[in-house]
Design a protein around this ligand. Structure first.
Ligand code: ZN
Length: 205
């Protein structure tokens, strides 16, 4: 935490082209997590988790009107040169990532939803992202499937499992043997996926 508070009080100096690693670590804090502790004292670059992988944040100032996020093997973040105030800059990057991650989560949710509902012979009323406190997904009485947006940070198959699981509840509203058989129709490897989800959950909680 020492590095983080240091980043908080330090100023983003005029003329510097990117915030420091310590400053960027605030983003990890903003997302309520940090990568596994490094084995050495050497400073690790700031990272954010996306689809189960920790990607380095590479932040540069550039001639853009709004923050741009490009995801390749790293997160390439271009911030407007006019954004000089560190606190505002970090808040703007945090907000841009929140939007970006939600957008990707929505795309995956629809993709997995369409795929598995066709295979299960069911139809959800709608697919929505949630930010529920204690559950990754739910299947409402109204037929609406809700999945937590943070699952975009988990391995892909973990989110896929949650979507398929909730869709199978449209047929069986319980966890009876018949429910698990129904789920296996569309996701034979569901047990492995469930285990990955639980492992990821232990990492982030
Ligand atoms: Zn369930």
């Amino acid at each position: 935490m020492a590095g983080v508070s240091q980043g908080l009080v330090s100023k983003w100096e005029r003329g510097r082209d990117s915030p420091s690693e310590a400053e960027l670590r605030m983003l990890e804090v903003a997302f309520g997590e940090s990568p596994p502790a490094p084995g050495t004292a050497k400073a690790e670059p700031a990272k954010l988790q996306y689809r189960g992988r920790w990607l380095i944040l590479d932040v540069q100032a550039g001639p853009v009107a709004q923050i741009e996020i490009h995801c390749r093997s790293k997160f390439h973040v271009v911030v407007p040169e006019a954004l000089e105030d560190l606190a505002r800059l970090l808040e703007a990057i945090r907000a841009a990532f929140a939007d970006w991650l939600r957008n990707r989560a929505e795309r995956d949710l629809f993709r997995f939803g369409r795929h598995h509902q066709a295979r299960l012979g069911v139809e959800a009323k709608a697919f929505r992202l949630s930010q529920a406190k204690r559950r990754w997904g739910s299947c409402g009485r109204d037929g609406v499937i809700r999945v937590h947006w943070r699952l975009i940070q988990a391995p892909r198959v973990a989110m896929e499992y949650v979507v398929a699981h909730e869709l199978a509840h449209l047929v069986h509203r319980n966890h009876s043997p018949a429910f698990w058989l129904k789920l296996a129709e569309t996701m034979p490897e569901w047990a492995k996926a469930k285990e990955l989800l639980e492992r990821w959950e232990r990492q982030v909680s």
